[in-house]
Design a protein around this ligand. Structure first.
Ligand code: DLL
Length: 434
């Protein structure tokens, strides 16, 4: 793999500024953001008043802890445009969650917000090793989802040549990668695996492709998966994180030269980690729920938003801005199986360590006789595996899971192609417990 480290001279000065400079900027911007939200969004006026706090009470960054949290339900209650802080005609773009689990959540951006978004995504793409003039294959979905259009904004801001292919039509993805020779690909890690399968199905060697870096996010993925993808494509695999409520992709990004967690673009997004049960802030280095406050957003300021993502904050390394550890999972995706907490990423780690199995999987939960049961549906790595070999691989995975997580599960190893493929975010859990 090539060294893709960007030259320091190409970075935004704030990326390598001193902590004092960063914190001074954050304090100024935080004051503005709280005042802006309080003045222009009735929800924040009411929630600050109810908590007995006023934007003027913020004298230091630590004072932010006095302000109330915002949760997804608040966004739903104010559907569709109630959380906007500018008149609707100043909103240049709207995105929304799919709404498969309830009311969709709607977010908006002014022209200035789009510019800032483009800049943080450009910074992220550069951190991944992309440089002006490079070709990018953008396979995140275009549409209301922030992935496709968000990455596109950043690619334009950085001066890349973008192939806006979006998700789906996997044979065509492979064809255009082969024909156009992109240096980078932006895609969910699960869909990258589908593209990888398609390379193999077409008898093409993925390691011989032009790809030098994959920029993966929008769902949790493990370091074991990183090794698998890097090896399969002979390219770097780096992590990009974000969420619609805070901006979209580009809230934080892993640097290709260090691959040690994701630097949060702290000049636009202020992170906190809280104890998810008590809501109390915890110290940097401690695990908990990630909370974000936007510092510059005009159309949709967001104050102390509880992301439900679990991680911890770490000091800066390749950049001055603090890092968040790779997200292990969302509190929503945590399965409590007979009293043991399990995340799909833990299953992924065990699966990747089991020879003979492909990296695709789904977890099915049932409750026969009032006892929670977990079934892992995975598949053979290649079609030549005998029935006995498949069942042996399944047993190896089950005992690996028993050993490292401490739960008994049933493993079913399907034929190649037996697990539903993702074209965007993978569906990992099928809950049939009713
Ligand atoms: O998934 C934004 C995005 C698009 C990020 C493309 C990266 C690349 P939402 O659809 O609002 O936005 O989903 C946000 O996805 O709260 C996390 O639970 C999860 N997520 C996003 N990035 C990562 C990541 C986009 N790198 C939710 N690792 C977040 C783990 C991630 N989980």
């Amino acid at each position: 793999m090539k060294d893709l480290t960007p030259a320091t001279t190409t970075l935004d000065p704030i990326e390598i500024a001193s902590r004092d400079e960063i914190e001074a900027l954050q304090l100024d911007r935080l004051k503005w953001s709280l005042a802006h939200a309080y003045k222009n969004v009735p929800h924040y006026t009411a929630s600050f008043d109810a908590a007995g706090v006023h934007p003027d009470d913020l004298k230091s960054l630590a004072d932010l802890a006095k302000f109330p949290f915002t949760v997804k339900q608040d966004l739903r209650d104010n559907y569709p445009f109630g959380m906007f802080a500018v008149p609707r005609d100043q909103v240049a773009r709207i995105h929304a969650s799919s709404g498969t689990t309830g009311q969709p959540t709607v977010v908006g951006y002014t022209e200035a917000d789009l510019k800032n978004w483009g800049n943080v995504v450009a910074r992220s793409l550069r951190a991944a090793g992309m440089q002006p003039g490079d070709l990018l294959h953008n396979a995140y979905g275009y549409g209301l989802f922030t992935g496709g259009l968000g990455v596109h904004l950043g690619a334009d801001a950085l001066g890349l040549t973008t192939v806006p292919i979006s998700g789906g039509m996997t044979p065509r993805q492979v064809r255009l990668i082969v024909d156009f020779k992109p240096k980078g690909i932006t895609v969910t890690p699960s869909y990258a695996l589908s593209i990888l399968d398609e390379f193999n199905a077409q008898g093409l060697d993925p390691r011989a492709s032009s790809l030098e870096v994959g920029i993966f996010g929008a769902e949790p993925w493990t370091n074991a998966m990183r090794r698998e993808i890097e090896e399969a494509f002979d390219m770097h695999a780096v992590d990009i994180y974000g969420l619609s409520e805070v901006m979209g992709p580009g809230v934080s990004m892993e640097c290709v030269e260090s691959k040690d967690g994701l630097h949060i673009w702290e000049d636009h997004f202020f992170p906190e980690i809280i104890n998810p049960d008590t809501g109390a802030p915890v110290a940097d280095g401690e695990q908990g729920e990630l909370v974000f406050t936007s510092l510059t957003k005009e159309a949709f300021p967001i104050i102390r938003y509880r992301t439900r993502d679990l991680t911890r904050l770490l000091p800066g390394t390749a950049r001055s801005m603090r890092r968040m550890e790779k997200v292990t999972g969302r509190s929503d995706d945590m399965i409590i199986l007979r009293g043991v907490n399990v995340f799909p990423t833990q299953i992924e780690e065990c699966l990747m360590a089991t020879p003979g199995l492909a990296p695709h999987f789904q977890i099915e939960l049932t409750k026969p006789d009032r006892m929670d049961q977990m079934r892992i549906l995975c598949e053979a790595a290649d079609g030549s595996l005998s029935v006995d070999a498949k069942s042996a691989a399944g047993q190896t995975l089950a005992s690996q899971i028993k050993q490292s997580i401490g739960i008994s599960v049933q493993v079913d190893v399907a034929e190649v192609g037996g697990v539903a493929r993702s074209q965007g975010k993978a569906v990992r859990i099928i809950d049939k417990r009713g």
